[in-house]
Design a binder for this molecule. Structure first.
Ligand code: C5P
Length: 219
């Protein structure tokens, strides 16, 4: 439950997967449910913030009182973030953005032909890294989903992407990850690592926002 107020603050959140189309009926995507990002948006709204949620395709219902921007691809998510990040106070990027997209998107359904087919992929923009390079006053939080060396990789990501806070997520820990209602994470800043117990995604939302407000005050 809200323990402090974010009244007067603007919070920008990305959530969900992206879908990278191949043709009119197919796409590349991932298992992200959007639940963690939505839970942060709900928490921020409950704390009185003005919230924008940029979300890829997911099965969750829009949150009343939150500005919802629905996108499909990483490039669309990038455009939405570029249009909104400048006057945000807190930015939390919880989306599972596709790293690559098909180089060519066919206008027609691709026919099956040979036993083997090649698909050429090109890199998508790294939205978090972009905001990290361009931020001024904003407090920036990223996620790192790792399957090994979580703390080391997450700390490196914090530095590489110029984040103030990184949420390290180990996919293989019970109660963590994509589809469930709980998460097991560690909070990493430039000089601290805080391993949290299993929390609901909502409790973690409050914890993240509280930590960001503390980091803002320390600045
Ligand atoms: O580099 P990696 O994908 O592991 O980083 C994860 C973090 O970066 C997440 O916060 C995710 O939302 C963000 N990200 C992004 N744009 C990408 C890839 C990742 O914003 N193209």
């Amino acid at each position: 439950h809200p323990t402090f107020s974010l009244a007067g603050k603007k919070v920008l959140i990305t959530a969900g997967p992206t879908q990278e189309p191949l043709d009119p009926v197919r796409f590349l995507s991932n298992h992200s449910s959007g639940k963690q990002g939505y839970a942060i948006a709900q928490a921020a709204k409950d704390m009185g913030a003005q919230v924008t949620l940029v979300c890829g395709p997911c099965a969750l219902t829009d949150i009343p009182g939150v500005e919802m921007i629905h996108v499909q691809t990483a490039q669309e998510m990038f455009e939405a973030v570029k249009n909104t990040y400048e006057d945000a106070n807190y930015i939390i990027m919880a989306a599972a953005v596709g790293d690559y997209r098909p180089e060519v998107v066919s206008n027609q359904k691709i026919k099956k032909a040979d036993a083997c087919m090649e698909l050429r992929l090109i890199k998508n923009p790294d939205i978090l890294a972009f905001v990290g390079r361009h931020k001024t006053h904003q407090i920036l939080c990223g996620f790192a989903m790792e399957t090994q060396d979580l703390e080391k990789n997450a700390h490196q990501k914090l530095i590489d992407k110029n984040c103030d806070l990184l949420i390290g997520n180990n996919l293989f820990v019970e109660g963590a990850g994509f589809q469930g209602d709980t998460n097991v994470v560690c909070l990493i800043t430039k000089d601290s690592i805080d391993q949290l117990p299993k929390l609901t995604k909502s409790e973690l939302g409050y914890k993240i926002l509280k930590t960001m407000s503390k980091l803002e005050k320390e600045k």
